[in-house]
Write a protein that binds this ligand. Structure first.
Ligand code: FES
Length: 189
C-alpha cells in the first residue's frame, strides 16, 4: 500500500482551511471535474461498495467521493445536524442526498487508506486507523477524522477543489457523531 509521509503537499494555513499550492489548472491542487453526478450513485452506508455504490475512488484527485442516499438515518437533526454538516464540508444535493470528497491520505502518518467492502468503512493497513463511510473517526491512532476537500457541482458534473482541504474535523463523540458506527466487525487485514 502506497504511503505518502514525505510531504507530497505543501500547505499554507488560512483561518479554517489549508490551501495546497502550486495551483496548476487540471492538476492535483486545482479544481478537478471528476465525472458526472450519475457516475456516483448514492447508497445507504450499509450498502456501500467501492466503485459501485456510495463510494468511488478518483485517482487523479486523490479523493474518495462518498455519496449518502437521501433517507440515510443520521444520528443528529435540526441545527445539531446542519452545523456539523457545514463545518465538515458535506454538500447537500437537491434530492436530499449528501456528498463528501475525502482525501485518500490517512491523518495518522499518511498511508493511502483503502475502503474495505467487508467492513463498509475505511481501514488503514499501516497502523489500523478506522474511519466510517463519511470519514468520521471510529478507532485507532488517527488524531482526527479524515480530511476532506471542498466540492461543488457544475451543471451535472462533480468538481473537487483539491486546493482547498478541510483538515480540522475532530474525533466525533456521542453528541457530534453523524453516521452510526458500522455493525460489522473489521479484521486487521
Ligand atoms: S498511517 Fe494510517 S494508521 Fe498510521
Amino acid at each position: 500500500m502506497r504511503c505518502c509521509t514525505a510531504g507530497a503537499l505543501r500547505l499554507r494555513r488560512s483561518p479554517n482551511k489549508y490551501m495546497t499550492y502550486p495551483n496548476l489548472a487540471g492538476q492535483f491542487g486545482s479544481d478537478l471535474t471528476v465525472g458526472k453526478k450519475s457516475d456516483f450513485p448514492a447508497a445507504k452506508p450499509e450498502n456501500y461498495k467501492i466503485g459501485q455504490a456510495g463510494i468511488f475512488y478518483v485517482q487523479n484527485a486523490k479523493t474518495y467521493i462518498s455519496h449518502l442516499a437521501a433517507g440515510t438515518s443520521l444520528l443528529l437533526s435540526g441545527s445539531g445536524l446542519t452545523d456539523p454538516l457545514t463545518s465538515e464540508s458535506f454538500v447537500k444535493d437537491s434530492d436530499g442526498s449528501l456528498w463528501l470528497a475525502l482525501y485518500q491520505r490517512c491523518v495518522h502518518l499518511g498511508c493511502t487508506v483503502p475502503f474495505r467492502d467487508d467492513c463498509v468503512s475505511f481501514k488503514c493497513p499501516c497502523h489500523g486507523s478506522h474511519y466510517n463511510v463519511d470519514g468520521e473517526y471510529l478507532d485507532g491512532p488517527a488524531p482526527r477524522s479524515l480530511d476532506r476537500f471542498a466540492m461543488s457541482f457544475s451543471g451535472g458534473s462533480v468538481v473537487v477543489s483539491t486546493g482547498t482541504l478541510n483538515n480540522s474535523v475532530p474525533h466525533p463523540d456521542n453528541t457530534t457523531r453523524i453516521i452510526p458506527v458500522p455493525t460489522v466487525q473489521c479484521s486487521a487485514s
